[in-house]
Design a protein around this ligand. Structure first.
Ligand code: DGJ
Length: 729
């Protein structure tokens, strides 16, 4: 049993293999947070919640001056009574009041994990994998019920949490804020880690000490965004990759979010995450429910690396789904950086033939194949082939590409519309907008109103027709702008603040329908690169274009940061030409290739512009990638050196039985007369004897772990070294 209720002491225990999460119902019926951390047998019941009278802290019960909502560790804190910290939710009742005091009404335990209505979610394949606890809180005066759901995945060491609000009264309730989780945990003095950045510089690691008061990250862009990621971690001071305590909180959502940590007056940390309350409200009619997205909680007592590996396995196996979930991902050649918008059928066929010769398994035709699309200014929404460029249509082209030995894939950007398009001319009101106001363009495009079912229906119809029109085995689903003028003609004036969230619900419905309809198609998420790299998208598309920045030196940082939460098989990484189109930097081909091999390898160059020697080298690298990709995509990642901390980066991927591993070391800038570098490995079996097959040699695991190997690089900037270890089975 991973979930227990100690009735006498009113204590809930949720256990996974290495974690316990405990709550206690206070004497007055409030749900209090009692513990989250390394697995324990039990909590001493009288010590679980502090009982002590504190100056200036109000008391809800005049007969119990030792209890105050101001100081109690709470589990889903309300707004309006005597807790002055950040609330998890806030509602306004029909009388205008915002005071709400929910107390525990009931609880039940369920085998397995129920699905989450309309939202992406983790799942179990068999009921025995998970257990769910539902605790219902009730505010009797206002007629509001809140059901908190906790699912323990003991074998994955993860706990999944969400909240559902129900209007049980006779009048409507306006939800002003409904976060997915909140917990008051004991980790004062810890540090906060966030993944922040910008377009082409996504998910950079930022770590800072927690200080009293509020620290938070958020997106207000209608997408999880390149600027912030719906994740945060709290780390014990000096913790590193393999040591120290880490609490990771990740939101399964792709829209605007808020994540934060508020350090209170007694050094408790209120950690929370959910849909961003900024420009959000939701009218809940009597009898209706509002379901918050779910959050995945991972505790590690052995550093950030263990937290990441826990997220990786869980997201890989119990969030991603479909035919490609467990399959090695094909080597792609994408034509975007080779041609941009200017190509014709001959160019594409020649590129595809060259891609096949290099060993690529999938050729992807990127932007520019449809409508009158010759630059960014037109045709989004017109998902029919441009006959001037591709006179024989997609079916013939796909057949031609297939004949050269590669599968055929296609780029689309279905959530968008260009003003200059047949779709916009026919339906100018189908984009998000506010009547009488300018429609702000970004990349010359507008956002379709996915709150409207007829808009979703038409997108589904067009894409269905498209995907049935040719042998298309892959779709790159792009999204190149954020939401502005978030207004929908489908919604009443009092519901306009629901638009951003309803947009996401509409998107999820569309993705769900299309991915079910085309189970054999590999869908790859993209949002001007990594502008929507989040668990919500991964639920429908098992891989995401990590960044538009293909410069290997900068990619190392982006991939390193992304790997804090997301598994390598989710990150696509392509070798592109030099000088690099984003940075103008020239990194040697071998280093570009190994950097791409650290994730889901592909090519984004014109093979015809390679010299004969380079072509042979790329062929070898494609073959090398195929020989190690199972290990990289589905093995355990150990980050050995952080590019955020120095002039180098190193990664190791080990098989679950630790009998095989590959590792790569990357040095950025060369230094004259540099000190010797020794690289210590991790994740190996100290007692195993490994053959190293790239450079030659045999080593015991203990030497590799504790002494390490020298890395001698003489060739200038951006050099790398690669090892492949194998021990006898
Ligand atoms: C942005 C993507 O990230 C690129 O890879 C490419 O597909 C362009 N859009 C095409 O417009």
């Amino acid at each position: 049993m991973s979930i227990l209720f100690d009735e006498e002491n009113r204590l809930f225990y949720i256990h996974t293999a290495g974690t316990s999460y405990c709550m206690q119902i206070s004497a007055a019926g409030y749900l209090c947070h009692a513990y989250w951390g390394a697995r324990i047998r039990e909590l001493h019941p009288s010590d679980a919640i502090e009982k002590r009278m504190r100056a200036l802290s109000p008391n809800t019960d005049p007969n119990d001056l030792d209890f105050s909502l101001d100081t109690a560790p709470l589990e889903y804190p309300a707004y309006g009574s005597s807790d002055f910290r950040t609330p998890a939710f806030e509602v306004q009742f029909a009388d205008g009041s915002t005071v709400c005091c929910p107390k525990v009404k009931s609880h039940r335990m369920i085998k397995g994990k129920p699905p989450l209505a309309g939202l992406p979610a983790t799942y179990c394949e068999d009921e025995s994998e998970a257990e769910t606890l539902e605790i219902t809180l009730e505010d009797t005066v206002g007629g509001l019920e809140i059901t908190l759901c906790y699912t323990a995945f003991p074998g994955y060491d993860a706990i999944v949490r969400s909240a559902r609000l129900k209007n049980t009264g006779k009048n409507e309730i306006r939800i002003m804020r409904a976060l997915s989780m909140s917990a008051d945990i004991r980790c004062g003095g810890f540090e906060l880690l966030q993944l922040s950045g910008a377009w082409a510089r996504e998910r950079q690691i930022v770590r800072r000490p927690l200080v009293p008061g509020m620290q938070s990250v958020e997106s207000r862009r209608g997408a999880s965004s390149a600027q912030q990621n719906p994740f945060l971690a709290l780390l014990s001071p000096h913790s590193g990759e393999e040591h120290g305590e880490v609490y990771g909180v990740s939101l399964v959502y792709s829209g605007s979010f808020l994540a934060g940590a508020e350090v209170d007056q007694f050094d408790r940390v209120r950690v929370f995450i959910g849909v961003n309350p900024f420009d959000f409200s939701w009218l809940l009619q009597p009898g209706e429910n509002f379901q918050c997205p779910e959050t995945v909680l991972v505790y590690s007592g052995a550093g950030l690396g263990k937290m990441s590996r826990t997220f990786h396995r869980f997201y890989r196996e119990r969030l991603c789904r479909g035919a490609y979930r467990d399959r090695e991902r094909p080597v792609v050649l994408n034509n975007w950086e080779a041609t941009h918008f200017s190509f014709d059928a001959h160019t594409i066929e020649t590129l595809a033939a060259a891609a096949g010769e290099l060993g690529a398994e999938l050729f992807v035709l990127d932007d520019g194949w449809f409508g009158e699309r010759n630059d960014e200014s037109s045709s989004l929404g017109d998902w029919f082939v441009n006959r001037r460029k591709l006179p024989d249509g997609l079916n013939k082209l796909a057949a031609q590409v297939n004949a050269s030995g590669t599968a055929f894939g296609l780029w689309v950007e279905p959530e968008m519309v260009s003003r200059d398009s047949a779709l916009y001319r026919a339906h100018p009101d189908w984009c998000l907008h506010v009547e009488g106001r300018d429609r702000t363009e970004s990349r010359r495009q507008l956002v379709l109103d996915l709150c409207r079912s007829e808009v979703r229906g038409e997108i589904e119809r067009m894409l269905t027709e498209l995907l049935q029109s040719a042998n298309i085995r892959y779709v790159k689903w792009d999204m190149n702008r954020n939401i502005t003028e978030a207004g929908s003609t489908a919604l009443a004036p009092e519901c306009q603040r629901e638009v951003s969230h309803r947009y996401m619900l509409g998107l999820y419905e569309l993705l769900d329908r299309l991915t079910r309809k085309f189970p054999q198609v590999l869908f790859e998420g993209c949002a001007a690169g990594g502008g929507r790299f989040d668990p919500g998208i991964l639920c429908y598309m098992p891989q995401i274009w990590t960044s538009d920045n293909t410069d290997a030196a900068e990619r190392l940082k982006i991939q390193y940061g992304t790997s804090i939460v997301y598994p390598p098989c989710a990150m696509t990484a392509h070798v592109s030409e030099v000088p690099n189109q984003q940075t103008n930097r020239s990194v040697p081909l071998e280093t570009r290739a190994y950097a791409a091999m650290m994730a889901n390898f592909g090519l984004e160059l014109d093979p015809l512009r390679l010299s004969g020697e380079e072509r042979e080298a790329v062929k070898r690298m494609v073959a090398d990638c195929k020989s190690i990709r199972r290990l990289v995509q589905f093995g355990d990642l150990f980050r050995l050196k952080s590019p955020f901390e120095g002039n180098d980066a190193a990664f190791l991927y080990a098989s679950p039985d630790r009998l095989e591993a590959v590792a790569a070391y990357f040095r950025l800038l060369a230094t004259a007369n540099a000190p010797e570098v020794f690289l210590r490995f991790a994740g190996l079996n100290p007692d195993a004897r490994y053959e190293e097959t790239v450079n030659g040699g045999a080593y015991y695991g203990d030497e590799l772990l504790h002494s390490g190997l020298p890395v001698r690089l003489y060739g200038g900037d951006f050099q790398c070294r690669f090892w492949h270890f194998r021990a006898a089975r």
